[in-house]
Write a protein that binds this ligand. Structure first.
Ligand SMILES: [Cu+2]
Length: 110
């Protein structure tokens, strides 16, 4: 009976260690998943909300994401460059943040 208890205790200890190791592994994969490659887009500036730090763009299809062309709001990581006005064609680079918002990290006139 004592032996059985010891075996059970050991099994739990090893199981716990294995779990800790695999959890660590999962975490690194998770971090990689949270930082996907930046996506590229092109479109036309429709509106800018400076206060909210957002820009509305009528973008062309983004094949990598399976997006059709559409008009949508993006979060701006940095203030809009002063030379970009409504109606301008732009190319931009974006990434998804942990709130599932698409954040423009780079934007320039096309
Ligand atoms: Cu869109």
């Amino acid at each position: 009976m004592k032996t059985l208890t010891l075996v059970i205790a050991l099994t739990f200890a090893i199981g716990g260690m294995a779990q800790a190791a695999s959890h660590e592994h999962d975490m690194s994969q998770h971090q990689m998943a949270m930082q996907p490659a930046n996506q590229q887009g092109v479109g036309i500036i429709k509106a800018v909300n400076t206060k909210a730090g957002k820009v509305q763009i009528a973008h062309e299809p983004i094949a990598a994401l399976g997006w059709p062309s559409m008009t949508m709001w993006f979060v701006l990581q940095n203030p809009m460059p002063a030379d970009i006005k409504i109606g301008d064609a732009v190319q931009f680079e974006m990434q998804e943040n942990d709130k599932k918002q698409w954040v423009i990290v780079k934007i320039a006139r096309k």
